[in-house]
Ligand binder design. Sequence first.
Ligand code: FMN
Length: 315
Amino acid sequence: MWIRVRIFSSFTTLLLVMLVFMLLVVGRVRFELTITAVSRRYPNQLDYRPIETLTTILILLRFNSGSSTGEEMLVGDFSEEEKDGLYKAIYARRDVRSRFTSRPVEDEKLAKILDAAHQAPSVGFSQPWNFILIKNIQTRRRVKESFEQERRRSAQLIKDETERSDKYLSFKLEGIMESAINLCVTYDPSKFGPFVIGRTSIPEAGPYSVCCAIQNLWLAARTEGIGLGWVSILSNDALVEILELPEHVVPVAYLCLGYVDRFAEKPDLETAGWLPRLALDDVIYFEKWAGAGSNDGRWDGTREAVRAYGRSPRS
Ligand SMILES: Cc1cc2nc3c(=O)[nH]c(=O)nc-3n(C[C@H](O)[C@H](O)[C@H](O)COP(=O)(O)O)c2cc1C
């Protein structure tokens, strides 16, 4: 009995010692990491401003302890309904050039979808976008002129294929004058620059980031019942001049935004028989381009799933 109590109590003591040790070690590491972070961020404050430094450390400690006690978002925190909402927005998003109504876009709603755009990922967190909101009719008229010019110019490229060229010219490919708001999304490489993490080898990562913001905007607008159409049949030089962009700023997208009376189920160009949607398994390769890698069976399940999914009614 006595021996059992001794063994039990020494085992408990050991556990307690280990627990205290771990708390001390882990706590110390976290504390030192915090001190390092603070001293990097506020090199002068650590030496000369003890009160502010202490406050900062306390805030950071709170932040640190928050992240280890589950205040971060959990994996799997989307309910089935929320997941369905996201996929619905993705599948129901359309490029809209016609069917704009005269209903104005509410300021709060506009701010909301712009903020959704602003939450996009960006290379090195450079947030290289700006959104120029346009209502002015004269400005739009000038942009529309550029569109007409560019459309005629591009039609020349297929002038020998009369049927295709006529079809192309018959399409409605912009809603510049009819939409409630025009919006130019620009790329500014000078923000936080010139050194941006991740942009040193692939400079295009900058404009790619702007495209991520545009996609967020597009999806958010769709969920709010607001249509968005991208107009790229434009001269960037004309946009630079009309919108008085600084030399280093590049227009990435010119968008037409506004409430619509309905959204098409399929892309207009698909409905018009211009191009079909490719099958999902035609655009997915395994290991190397066109599946040239070894076929050891490890992708068989995925290949089958992709084929099956591609045949599902959603596509
Ligand atoms: C970069 C980019 C440029 C586009 N430019 C135009 C354009 O100038 N005119 C137009 O009518 N649609 C334009 N679109 C819309 C595409 O035609 C449309 O996304 C495509 O046909 C698929 O239709 P959906 O967006 O409704 O799914 C553009 C889309 C992207 C992503």
